[in-house]
Design a protein around this ligand. Structure first.
Ligand code: FES
Ligand SMILES: [Fe+2]
Length: 279
């Protein structure tokens, strides 16, 4: 499944955001019960896009073309000028598979989505203290990369170039630790013991398409900033300490992330086409 966004982007019923995977427009919203729903952002009448904005809030989904109207569960509730026998129930919005974990939202266009029951529950306890579902979105930026999304993702995974190319990151980023066996790294091991005593899950876990770990920052730093001090005075969620390093998690092929005690950076990669990626 692919990372789509964060629950704090759509805090209230009717809030939505849109995205596209290749040519396919998708709509993610919060319904009246507070649940997250995802649909193809395509009207069942003549195929118009329904929500045209990147983000917004609606009571109902009204197609801008002939104003067919859907409720927040995708049911078709109003059609102008259709004959009496028209079966509205047969024209609900097409659903997109959606799952959430720790305040993050994943979608899948396939009819049968890949298993999420290992990755989702496994990362949840790492993320919950950071409260991403109730955080505030401080900044969002988009970059179009002229490259295939899997190459862009692969490039993000090798950090051999980081010391030469990412001077700001390297102010606080722990780079030279035992990547293969972090539990055998003395600095990491004692950091994990301290985190564990505060109720923070830290150990590295990985599967075929993911890895998650909590790691310390460089000595003396509590956040990823130029001086290593917190960027935000208030901690995220229920974080018990500023000195919590960062949870780093990656899920192929669409996301890599860092959550600190005071803020988080979440990166989403969407294929616009075979040779173009929205980063
Ligand atoms: S295309 Fe949506 S109402 Fe006609
Ligand atoms: Fe890089």
């Amino acid at each position: 499944m692919d990372f789509a966004g964060v629950e704090c982007e759509i805090p209230d019923p009717g809030d939505y955001f849109t995205l596209a995977i290749g040519p396919t427009p998708i709509l993610v919203l919060r319904d009246q019960t507070g649940a997250i729903q995802a649909f193809f952002n395509t009207c069942r009448h003549r195929g118009s896009k329904i929500c045209l904005a990147e983000k917004g809030a609606v009571r109902r989904l009204v197609c801008p073309y002939h104003q067919w109207t859907y409720d927040l569960t995708g049911q078709l509730v109003h059609t102008g000028r259709m004959h009496e026998e028209f079966e509205r129930t047969a024209y609900a919005l097409r659903r997109v598979n959606v799952r959430t974990t720790g305040g993050t939202i994943y979608i899948c266009l396939a009819g049968e989505p890949p298993d999420f029951d290992v990755y989702g529950p496994l990362i949840e306890p790492y993320l919950v203290p950071h409260g991403l579902g109730n955080a505030k979105l401080a900044h969002e930026t988009h970059v179009v990369v002229k490259g295939n999304w899997k190459l862009v993702m692969e490039n993000s995974r090798e950090c051999f170039h980081c010391p030469a190319r990412h001077h700001e990151l390297m102010q606080t980023f722990l780079h030279d630790y035992n990547f293969e066996e972090p539990g055998n790294d003395q600095v990491v091991h004692s950091f994990w013991e301290k985190c564990s005593s505060l109720g923070l899950v830290s150990e590295n876990r990985e599967g075929d398409d993911f890895r998650i770990i909590r790691l310390p920052l460089r000595k003396g730093a509590v956040s990823s900033t130029m001086d290593g001090k917190s960027a935000v005075s208030r901690r995220l969620g229920t974080m018990p300490t500023n000195d919590a390093g960062s949870v780093r998690w990656v899920h192929f092929p669409s996301t890599f992330n860092h959550a600190f005690a005071d803020y988080a950076v979440l990166v989403r990669m969407l294929p616009l086409g075979p040779q173009e990626t929205l980063f």
